[in-house]
Design a protein around this ligand. Sequence first.
Ligand code: ASP
Ligand code: MG
Length: 403
Amino acid sequence: MLIVQKFGGTSVGDLERIQNVANRVSQTLKQGHQVVVVVSAMSGETNKLLSFAEHYTQTPERSEVDMLLSSGERVTAALLSIALNAMGHPAASMSGRRAGIVTDSVHTKARIESIDPQPMRDELAHGKVIVIAGFQGVSDKGQVTTLGRGGSDLSAVAIAGALEADLCEIYTDVDGIYTTDPRIEPKARKMEKISYDEMLELASLGAKVLQNRSVELAKKLNVNLVTRSSFTNAEGTLITKEENIMEQPLVSGIALDKNQARVSLGGVIDRPGIASDIFTRLADNSVNIDMIVQTLGHDGKTNMDFTVPKTELLDAQKIVDQFVAEGEISECSYDENICKVSIVGVGMKSHTGVAAKAFQTMALENINIMMISTSEIKISMIVAEKYAELSVRSLHSAYSLDR
Ligand code: ASP
Ligand code: MG
């Protein structure tokens, strides 16, 4: 098999850990696989480099920031390659440029435009392990670019896609994706397999494990992703196409989002275009809207409720005030003490009663549901924040995720 192995900052945090990574790569090679390694900078290194730049100015040129930050990943790549060579495994390190990763010119947040796999294929053909500096590429103007914080996951997925690798393993200090946050429910279990779409909906459970952008890219390029720990030999969680998962559980996991606030608008003038006006102005001011509920209007007025990230509530309030001043909205209220609990599973596409069970579970616990929204594979409920943990635990056991 051709395997891409990506090691994050903590996995390459010091020289001894880089040696551990070399040992792990060596094991994989001895099993007869071809390996392409992608590395992050040693943990803390990117922040340290950034702080160096900020010693001079709060606004360093972005192209210089890229020149600076990209060096962190190169250090790790070169050291790992040296360690592998010293163990008798012919290895070659490559910068993003050498690995053929071409991006746009949006410095510090570049997007990958293309990858020429030939230089990597040539080295592989010579029997070498390739160690690639993650998080970086080269713009069509020939300048070094970086892909945004946490971007080495993206490098790994893109490279796996370009090389049509059989597997892309993302190594961190967490051993996989759990059915819910184990700090809330100690009975949470590690999932063996999960589909791309479920993983995207369960983003909060994977937040510390991998970037959402890389899951989206893996889905697009059809890359089989595995998240696992570099500190244990435990099998990780495979993130793959829905069709590759034979036994679909009804519900795969329960996610919790505490960064939610509710905006309630009353006496909204019920005319064509009002929703467009309100939500366009919110969007123009970079307020992200999640759930929206509009009730049936009467007497020319209607009610609208929606949620925004807590951190964007002040911005939302300012916009709502404008509409109040313009006479389009007569009442507004805000609630920051809420949270969103979501049940995710592809099994709900083909089974009935999943939502009813969620509502029964909340009723049994006497938890009031303020808003509900559903998609093909997700049911989300807004409840008071003080019931966050209780909701998660009750739902987790209601769908037998602890067994
Ligand atoms: N070193 C970069 C960062 O800290 C990229 C990465 O680790 O994925 O954001
Ligand atoms: Mg990372």
